[in-house]
Write a new protein. Structure first.
Length: 519
């Protein structure tokens, strides 16, 4: 038995398999706990509608209107490529047939998609580290409370990150293969570029910054110095273009013009959403330059950046023994978006979720620190103890905040409780699910519930005896407030008595109030 365990532990993919088993058990046990987030209902209406663009019957009907393919918010959704929801929607419909509601079905699918991404992360980490250090880096990445929470409730940013990981890994592997064998014929070149090109196109069809993955692959090719193999980028680019066009109906009418218009729109990211930062409310387009770096520091566990710094030192010392070309690609992967934000200061909100795709390099570099630990400490028990200490803050955060893990702040600001009223916490209103469960159980029949923000989420969870409204309340009506941007304190109803609060670690996310006196 001991020999079998040692043999299993020595398998190069054993750490990844162990991590996936733990994650799947936890995810399958808890995925129903998460509430609909602000962006989800409208985005899933996009998933329900996008098939219209591919309907031959609709096109032959004579009144085809492509806007019907974009769901409930066409002007917004047309600029968001639908590759992920195109692939995931059939699975969602199968899950509906098992009795899962829309929110739970998609939360499960989103989570499973992230697990696929962990496979590609691990494979990239293996370029710089042995199996168990690479597995530790993958676990550190997966068990960040912020990222764990978003894995369920966010169909946009994690899915793009996963496709980015896949595109970069497959692209680097393509370059390695094509530069290692000068005798490849045209058919072999085409076959080598097929899957990487398709993944790059689908990545682009999720977010317009997707071609960055192709640029990083090109950089790796140039660093290899074998320029006579440049022909690989012809079928690679062609496959990417075809995949992006096939999966993004908005591009069909004017591929170049529409692509450029989306690029300009997303680069400007025009929005004036209110953002709570350092106790003040800013418009998203007037946030201080330190917003992005501070979110990177405060919403990841305390060990991440020290490990990143140690990883850089280890890389410098072992430059001749590691794949320095791939490492440089990883650093550029992080550096480009980080530099862009610092220089251009685009509108930002919801922490750094729009830049989740730039987070994997932080943890890949941390993998080098784990490798140094494993090289320095031979006893297995000591290695295990050190890994537990490093991973424990994330696990504790996940357990304590569940199912609001994405509201995580580390001890530098006193945790999520210390961040309350200073930074955004449950900015996507996922607390509505828990709040409505309490309202449904305690409100008298016929109760009118005022919901100032995103009432459709509350209505999704409301029982037939509760009437969700945005009208001015009458005496005796109930009210549901989110604390996003301290909305509850800025409301004219701020002095009304609180009946119930949805909270974690001293931070209130949702408040149920009753209208008792005129403000």
């Amino acid at each position: 038995m001991t020999a079998d365990i040692k043999r299993l532990a020595g398998h190069p993919n054993a750490p990844l398999l162990l991590l996936l088993i733990i994650n799947l058990l936890a995810g399958l046990w808890t995925f129903r706990d998460y509430g609909f987030s602000w962006d989800e209902p409208l985005f899933y209406s996009y998933a329900d509608s996008i098939g219209y663009a591919y309907s031959i019957k609709a096109r032959l009907s004579g009144d085809f209107d492509i806007r019907q393919a974009y769901g409930a918010s066409p002007d917004d959704h047309k600029t968001r490529g639908p590759a992920y929801i195109l692939l995931a929607d059939p699975a969602a419909k199968l899950l509906y047939k098992t009795g899962l509601d829309q929110a739970s079905a998609w939360h499960l699918l989103n989570f499973l998609t992230v697990q696929i991404g962990l496979v590609f992360f691990y494979l990239l980490a293996r370029r710089f580290a042995d199996p168990w250090p690479a597995g530790a880096a993958t676990a550190l990445y997966a068990w960040q409370p912020l990222l764990w929470g978003h894995a369920f409730i966010n169909p946009k940013d994690p899915s793009f990150t996963i496709f980015m990981l896949a595109s970069i890994y497959l692209g680097l592997r393509m370059v390695d293969r094509i530069t290692a064998d000068i005798r490849l014929n045209p058919w072999q070149i085409l076959r080598a570029s097929l899957l990487p090109g398709i993944l790059l196109g689908l990545t682009t069809s999720i977010r317009i910054i997707g071609p960055l993955a192709g640029g990083l692959v090109l950089l790796y090719f140039l660093l290899k110095g074998k320029y006579r193999h440049w022909v690989i980028f012809l079928p690679y680019s062609l496959m990417a273009i075809l995949a992006a066009l096939a999966s993004w109906p908005y591009l069909w009418s004017a591929p170049v013009a529409n692509f450029l218009s989306v690029f300009r729109f997303m680069a400007d990211n025009p929005t004036e959403l209110a953002v709570l930062f350092l106790g003040q409310t800013f418009h998203a387009d007037h946030l201080p330059h330190r917003y992005f770096p501070m979110m990177l520091v405060l919403t990841l566990t305390e060990v991440v950046w020290p490990l990143f710094a140690i990883g850089l030192v280890v890389a410098a010392r072992r430059l001749k023994r590691i794949d320095w070309r791939a490492l440089l690609v990883v650093l550029v992967w992080f550096g480009i978006p980080f530099g862009y934000v610092l220089v251009q200061s685009p509108p930002m909100y919801d922490g750094f979720r729009h830049f989740f795709f730039s987070a994997p390099p932080i943890f890949l570099v941390a993998g080098l620190a784990f490798q140094a630990v494993f090289d320095s400490f031979r006893p297995i028990w000591l290695r295990a103890a050190l890994m537990i200490l490093v991973l424990l803050p994330g696990v504790v955060g996940i357990v304590r905040l569940h199912p609001y893990e994405y509201t995580y702040y580390n001890s530098l600001v006193g945790g999520t409780g210390g961040a309350f009223r200073q930074y955004e916490t449950d900015y996507w209103l996922t607390c509505y699910k828990e709040a409505m469960a309490w309202v449904d159980q305690n409100a008298p029949d016929g109760t009118v519930l005022l919901v100032p923000r995103e009432p459709y989420i509350a209505a999704y969870y409301a029982s037939s005896t509760v009437q969700v409204s945005q009208d001015a309340p009458a005496i005796g009506d109930w009210m549901l407030f989110s604390t996003r941007s301290n909305l509850d304190q800025r409301s004219i109803y701020r002095k009304q008595p609180v009946l119930h609060a949805v909270s974690r670690e001293g931070a209130d996310f949702c408040l149920v109030k009753q209208f008792t006196t005129q403000p």
